[in-house]
Design a protein around this ligand. Structure first.
Ligand code: HH2
Length: 261
């Protein structure tokens, strides 16, 4: 059964919902709404990774995410923290998070792997070419699926070598991170090839710009494209779909599952 990971962005500048939930009470209320709508996981983030984004100091990121995680910890959902900083992950795990969603796949902070190993956290390792400041500068691949598969295999091996149990590792092709619209669509079409890695796959297409490249829609108008791409990803074997619109996505998945059996 495909799980939904609801996005809780506690940021002023996320590409589709920046500033809406910067106040902790608003973020907690939003997280509770997503849980009620069927999210199995809530992904709480305090730093935007949109193309061109500058980093946020650890103290500010901590100040944003920790109160929100505390305010959601009584829910049935698992909580993940979307961070690449070990100090933020440590505080988040202390506040009730169980999953570290690191878009740098443990390359951003040398203390991250040991922390996740010691704390027994589940870890999401995502593919990204370059970093958010530069990743969309003319990305090129011979074969994007092979490049992503090889990268994820290497990061999986590095994480296991650092002491993180393989059963606690999830993998993500990083839709939109250092890829053209054509690369993103090829990854989604051939997602099944990443199943060879033997770990659960997380896929995040929600409101991303490749959808706008298809029909010219703005970030707030991409629900249909989010649903189409996420349902196809689930049919290709995605285990976790990271989405902003949980209620609509849950209905789409339920109908797709009822039809396909
Ligand atoms: N996408 C975003 C952020 N974190 N994590 C994983 N594992 N996979 C993704 O595809 C992914 C992610 C970008 O989306 P969003 O959080 O809405 O925007 P921003 O980074 O601007 O806050």
């Amino acid at each position: 059964m495909t799980k939904l990971m609801g996005v809780v962005n506690v940021t002023p500048d996320s590409f589709s919902d920046g500033g809406l939930y910067l106040d902790p009470e608003a973020a907690i209320a939003h997280g509770r709404e997503l849980a009620g709508a069927g999210a199995a996981i809530l992904d709480v983030g305090g730093e935007s990774t949109r193309p061109g984004a500058e980093g946020v100091p650890a103290e500010e990121e901590l100040r944003r995410v920790v109160p929100v995680i505390r305010g959601l910890r009584d829910l049935e959902c698992q909580i993940s923290v979307d961070t690449s900083k070990a100090s933020v992950a440590e505080a988040a795990l202390g506040a009730g998070a169980e999953i570290v969603n690191d878009v740098t796949a443990l390359r951003g902070d040398s203390a991250m792997a040991a922390l996740c190993a010691e704390r027994g956290a589940t870890v999401v390792l995502m593919h990204m070419r370059g970093d958010p400041r530069t990743m969309q500068d003319d990305p090129r691949y011979d074969d994007v699926v092979a490049a992503v598969r090889d990268f994820l295999a290497e990061r999986l091996e590095a994480a296991v070598a650092a002491g993180i149990a393989a059963e606690r590792i999830w993998l993500d092709p990083g839709i939109g991170f250092g890829k053209t619209a054509a690369h993103n669509m090829e990854l989604l079409r051939r997602l099944g090839e990443l199943r060879e890695l033997g770990r659960p796959l997380v896929v995040g297409t929600s409101r991303k710009s490749f959808i706008g490249r298809v029909d010219g829609s703005a970030a707030g108008e991409r629900l249909g494209g989010t649903i189409a791409s996420s349902v196809l990803a689930a049919a290709e074997g995605a285990d976790v779909l990271r989405v902003h619109d949980v209620a609509e996505m849950r209905q789409a998945l339920a109908v797709a599952t009822a039809i396909l059996g």
